[in-house]
Design a protein around this ligand. Structure first.
Ligand SMILES: Cc1cc2nc3c(=O)[nH]c(=O)nc-3n(C[C@H](O)[C@H](O)[C@H](O)COP(=O)(O)O)c2cc1C
Length: 435
């Protein structure tokens, strides 16, 4: 039935919008916001380059609905009336990212307890459950009041409206990776006893209310997507069975695209890494068949496919043309998500679509601060964490380079990336504090 589908096939979404092909760029935080957390010319440069690179749809890095709880000091935040300058910068960004008939969807988020201490030492979260990670980078969160939760729903709807009005062609709610909505979904993090905690119905209430409020605000013909974990991979956390049920509820809301990912800062499975916690005994292992797979959440997507009819996207590990087309032809997914390869080769979608390339770059396979026990799967927590942040910094610095109009630098060292990324973040955080 899906034999004729491949990465070049257009896709019409439930709301009526059409993506010109099946490759989407996964959301990647850019750190290009200015000290007032507005979009900049750097965003326009970066997204024009990606739009010219051939993907059917680009997801922006997470844009924050509350500047007190950002994922990073250089995020864009839309959390109140926008100045003329802020609106102009967003319009400029949207115009650049939609050239070449490309869809540009804004990912909107609230970082919850994963807000770094450099942004806020006491961020808001469902409960006062701190992250169990080494390094003291995150403060202990404060449990939100019912009024604060209602306020978050309104903020998501507001940011979505600003996205639509400034020329973005869709939005995605970040419901994955251990940020606020994902924290509400997790019984390990969310220990509330009111209507926002306890049963899965209660834990999913925030996500569903956010989706409903956004639909009411943006209308029936504007694409709405959610990024959801296939599981948190943490014992006692949001399970795969939970994910299947939540996906079915989102399907009933008329969602346009569900993107499937997995993991949190404690369990960074989204980028293929494992346990970073102080409690390794709580880490859940992945199925062997999943580890062997190129796209590591595909097995989980199959179970979700069986429960829903809405379009599905998987991001994480896709690197070969054959693997992408096989996943589409199997009918499990409708859109292939690619993230890290586009940090190094922004035009790789066009190369895959024309057949000029059979695979994407896979730099993550070789990026490490040292061999053997010093690699990313080291049993030493600190080494593992340095590898994790070093890799992340390496990809982030490539985005900053493109934002400055430079080419990516594949020869960049991981250790220097670790150091330079930390320096850059400290500088951005200091600029934020001065405001
Ligand atoms: C530098 C970097 C920044 C990221 N930022 C975000 C983000 O803002 N929002 C999000 O949902 N995922 C984010 N991710 C995760 C990616 O969207 C994607 O799920 C992950 O990289 C796996 O896909 P890949 O194997 O194609 O890279 C980020 C990943 C990287 C490497």
């Amino acid at each position: 039935m899906f034999d004729n589908v491949d990465i070049s096939s257009p896709l019409t979404l439930p709301c009526g919008a059409t993506l010109k092909n099946r490759i989407a760029k996964g959301a990647m935080t850019e750190g290009l916001g200015d000290s007032l957390n507005r979009a900049t010319e750097g965003h326009a440069r970066l997204y024009r380059r990606w739009a010219e690179g051939g993907a059917g749809m680009l997801l922006t890095g997470n844009v924050q609905i509350d500047r007190r709880c950002m994922e990073r000091p250089g995020n864009v935040a839309i959390d109140g009336p926008q100045s003329n300058e802020a609106i102009a910068a967003l319009r400029n960004y949207a115009k650049a990212g939609t050239v070449n008939d490309t869809h540009l969807w804004m990912q909107i988020s609230h970082a919850g307890r994963q807000t770094p201490a450099s942004v806020n030492k006491e961020p808001l979260a469902p409960s006062a459950t701190p992250l169990a990670m080494p390094g003291g980078q995150f403060g202990t969160p404060r449990a939100m009041t019912g009024a604060e939760i209602e306020n978050v729903i309104r903020r998501f709807a507001f940011a979505a409206t600003v996205a639509r009005d400034t020329g973005f062609t869709g939005i995605q709610v970040h419901g994955a990776h251990g940020y606020l909505i994902s924290e509400f979904l997790s019984p390990d993090v969310n220990v509330r006893t009111d209507e926002w905690g306890g049963s899965l119905e209660n834990r999913a209430r925030l996500l569903l209310e956010v989706v409903r409020a956004i639909r009411a605000a943006v209308g029936a013909d504007f694409p709405i997507s959610v990024k959801l974990n296939s599981a948190d991979f943490q014992r006692g956390g949001f399970s795969h069975e939970d994910a299947i049920r939540v996906a079915a509820w989102l399907n009933a809301e008329g969602l346009d695209l569900l993107e499937i990912s997995g993991g949190t800062y404690e369990q960074p499975r989204l980028v293929g890494l494992d346990d970073m916690t102080l409690h390794p005994e709580k880490s859940e292992t992945r199925k062997e068949s999943t580890i062997a797979r190129e796209a590591y959440f595909l097995e989980y997507a199959k179970d979700i496919r069986a429960a829903v009819t809405m379009p599905l996207m998987v991001t994480g590990g896709f690197r070969t043309l054959a693997g992408m087309n096989a996943a589409l032809k199997s009918g499990t997914i409708d859109v292939v998500g690619l993230a890290r390869p586009l940090c190094v080769d922004p035009a790789i979608p066009a190369m895959l679509l024309s057949g000029a390339a059979q695979a994407t770059p896979a730099y993550e396979k070789t990026l490490r601060i040292g061999p053997g026990i010093l690699g990313p799967h080291s049993r030493f927590n600190l080494v593992k964490a340095m590898n994790g942040w070093g890799q992340q910094g390496w990809f982030c610095l490539q985005l900053l380079r493109m934002g400055e109009g430079k080419d990516p630098d594949p020869k960049m060292g991981v250790f220097s990336a670790f150091r330079n990324y930390a320096k850059n973040e400290a500088k951005t955080a200091a600029a934020l504090q001065r405001q």
